[in-house]
Design a protein around this ligand. Sequence first.
Ligand code: ATP
Length: 311
Amino acid sequence: MRLERVGRRHGLRGPWVLREVGLDLPAGTLVRIAGTNGTGKSTLLRVVAGVDAPTEGRITGRPPRTAYVPERFPVALPFTAVDYLVHLGRVQGLGRTTARVRAGEWLERFGAAEHARTEMAALSKGTSQKVAVAQALLADPALLVLDEAWTGLDTGARAELDAAVRERRSAGATVVFVDHDPRRLAGEQDAVHEVGSGRVREVPARSVDTGRWREAPVSALPGSEPPPRVRITVSGGRRPLPAGLPGDPVTAPTPASAPASAPASAPGPEGVDGPALTVLTVDARHSDALLAALLADSWHIHHLGSEGVRV
Ligand SMILES: Nc1ncnc2c1ncn2[C@@H]1O[C@H](COP(=O)(O)OP(=O)(O)OP(=O)(O)O)[C@@H](O)[C@H]1O
């Protein structure tokens, strides 16, 4: 599959999000789409999946069996989980019996079999995400597009999705994904493409240790500019942050959730509007390792931004 000079804007006069994008997505490859917040990763994935048409340019060779997990999944649907999956399996060309068998198998694999007969609207966010992922895997897609599909899954389901991605690629499918965890399928990607300023360029696939936190080399020269600082906003219930985080981050509760007496390293109180948030500030050189460590400890990442600028 190939994108040629593809551009995409939202609305007739909206600003261009993507312009002159050329991208090869060969069969049997695993491709990561990277880029900072709001640069157009989801826009690109929707165009690749065929959910949105390019405003200009053309796409050739898209496989007929394409599946997509959107960043936000519609949960308020009038189906039970299994009926919803059977319905989508039928839409994807499966017979009713096959669709029902596969729906059951995928719910089982993701640890959600006990919720097969639960109404979609009553599912927890995590189980609903398992259904979102299962629907994409039902019919052995030849193109699988995953937009932050691991977010909200528990550890077992994340590992199952990793395995499912490997299976699809081994079967000759193209898998294109976005994920905020830099360790996601690290070392297994055939290509990484970075979205920025409306363009997409291939960058070297970063190798990130799994299970270990790797510090970036500290190479600032005496007298050079101080490295930029990155702000990471997280929540993790009432647990304290793990000790020995990479980069020795400065931590503080967000101003909105901070009680006057809260110690700087403690999460703020559970607010009525959402989870207690904590902001960590760290040298940009350590931000990837810090993110990896936080994710490994099951902290939820809310925002990433430069110090003084939330993006
Ligand atoms: N339906 C829409 N209508 C108008 N503008 C949109 C729409 N969807 C996205 N945009 C804009 O397009 C730009 C790119 O958004 P997109 O969601 O593709 O970025 P992203 O890199 O996936 O962001 P994030 O990392 O935060 O998910 C943003 O400026 C966003 O506001």
